[in-house]
Design a protein around this ligand. Structure first.
Ligand code: GDP
Length: 474
């Protein structure tokens, strides 16, 4: 049994837990009180045991839910699924992180982090052969950014052999509920890059548009977005839980999707996204699923895949799919998209027999097949540039920085994070360009650093010249 432990952090992480576990329960015939409808659900080799552990006649999620303040977790503690989760694995503090990375990482978060590690250890003790972690959070919130960064370091230290995957809400290009989101996002990306193996990003603006356009939900709520996301998560773990002709496990994901350790932010697309009202008219062929997943408007983060080159594409089919049709659809698509030179045939295909589950009262129609595409592409570079620019504009003026310094952070951490994320932006463009002259992105990074050091020296010389003339600082 290759178990997976889910860790849900902050408001986003915990609210996504509601949608993900609602779907998992439906898929495995488990009632909201944890009792398996079909006794098979609780048997020793049931696929459900990958994510649930059977105890006292109940199936308990192998999951830790944690937030620095109690209100969001309290909704689960008092809601329909209150008897599903083990109360010991739902952890809350008294004070929230106030949208501040430093409060989540240092002051407030540090107090709760050892307790959280203790609960993760207890869940790990329920596993025979744990394969990895799936973590859920936002980049923009104080808990999601700071507390997650703190916990991630400890998890990597204690569980280095397991895979560490995350699903994170990335700051949207235009709308934001948190002004200091760019600070939190850059600081958390900087701290978690070495401790996470694969990071699946999505932004709420892209999800809102998908829900409005394809699901006829003009004003989507977080519940709409989270339920859509739950289908993606379920498809990714389906291969570990259900039979399939070509099942792909977590380690295989990593191997196929991540050409270099830092280049680990694949894009996500899901098809079909069909509302209940239109289900009868949809022509659901394998080719249609593949075409929809490559449609730029269906990507769960606001970037255009045509602006970059693919390093790898993982196509995870589930349900009633014919391998020959998959093969044909992939061959056709291969002719129309651009791969980097060093991975000319970068498709990895998984096929699982279990179709997606239908959530009563949900937006998505019942369908007999679905596809999740996870693609590592340099087209994500503009999303990093956008974030870095917003960070740079605020940091140039040192706006809001005192809130972070007041919670125990050094200003130099801002500078380090800024440089690291600029380097990531370059790593991505370089990963696209890799050719015989340059072997790896790191070589290119060294070359870029040499250039930038040269230009820094020039800028410094210029500044010194201006300073001598009495113009002082900008
Ligand atoms: P935290 O509890 O301090 O980590 O803060 P949040 O999780 O509320 O982070 C704020 C960011 O998360 C904002 O960009 C919100 O739009 C987004 N967000 C909050 N709740 C949810 C949710 O349930 N689902 C999604 N998709 N995004 C959320």
């Amino acid at each position: 049994m290759k178990e997976i432990v889910h860790v849900h952090i902050g408001q986003t992480g915990v609210q996504i837990a509601s949608a993900v576990w609602e779907l998992y329960c439906l898929e495995h015939g488990i009632m909201p009180n944890g009792v398996a409808v079909d006794q098979q659900g609780g048997s020793r080799d049931s696929g459900a045991n990958v994510i649930f552990f059977p105890t006292g006649g109940q199936m308990v999620p192998r999951a830790v839910l944690v937030d620095l303040e109690p209100s969001v977790v309290d909704e689960i503690r008092t809601g329909a699924y209150r008897r599903l989760f083990n109360s010991e694995f739902m952890l809350t503090g008294k004070e929230d992180a106030a949208s501040n990375f430093a409060r989540g990482y240092y002051s407030v978060g540090n107090e709760l982090s050892e307790l959280c590690m203790d609960r993760i250890r207890k869940v790990m003790e329920t596993c025979e052969s744990p394969q990895g972690f799936m973590m859920f959070r936002s980049f923009g919130g104080g808990t999601g950014s700071g507390f997650m960064a703190n916990i991630c370091q400890k998890m990597k230290r204690d569980y280095a052999k397991q895979s560490h995957l995350e699903f994170s809400v990335y700051p949207s290009p235009r709308v934001s509920t948190v002004i200091v989101e760019p600070y939190n996002a850059v600081l958390t990306a900087h701290s978690t890059i070495p401790n996470i193996d694969v990071s699946f990003l999505f932004d709420n603006e892209a999800l809102y548009e998908i829900c409005a356009r394809l699901l006829d939900v003009p004003n989507p709520t977080y519940t709409n977005l989270n339920r859509l996301l739950a289908q993606v998560v379920s498809s990714i773990t389906a291969s570990l839980r259900f039979e399939g002709s070509l099942n792909v496990d977590l380690i295989e994901f990593q191997t196929n999707l991540v050409p270099y350790p830092r280049i680990h932010f694949p894009l996500i697309t899901y098809a079909p996204i069909v509302p209940v009202s239109k289900a009868a008219y949809e022509n659901l062929t394998t080719t249609n699923l593949v075409t929809s997943c490559f449609d730029p408007s269906n990507h769960m983060i606001k970037v255009d895949p045509r602006d970059g080159k693919y390093m790898a594409c993982c196509l995870l089919f589930r349900g009633d799919v014919n391998p020959n049709e998959v093969n044909e659809a992939v061959q056709r698509m291969r002719k129309t998209i651009k791969f980097v030179e060093y991975a000319p045939t970068g498709f990895k295909v998984g096929i699982n027999y279990m179709p997606p589950s239908f959530v009563p009262g949900g937006d998505l129609a019942r369908v007999n097949k679905a596809l999740v595409m996870l693609s590592n592409t340099s087209a994500i570079t503009p999303a990093w540039s956008r974030l870095n620019n917003k960070f740079g504009m605020m940091f140039k003026r040192r706006a809001f920085v005192h809130h972070y310094v007041g919670e125990g952070m050094e200003e130099s951490e801002f500078t380090e994070a800024q440089e690291d994320l600029k380097a990531l932006e370059h790593d991505y463009s370089d990963a696209k360009l890799c050719n015989s002259e340059y072997e790896t992105p790191s070589d290119l990074y060294v070359s870029w650093m040499e250039d930038s050091i040269r230009s820094t020296v020039e800028v410094e010389a210029g500044l010194k010249f201006l300073g001598q003339r009495g113009t002082g600082r900008f």
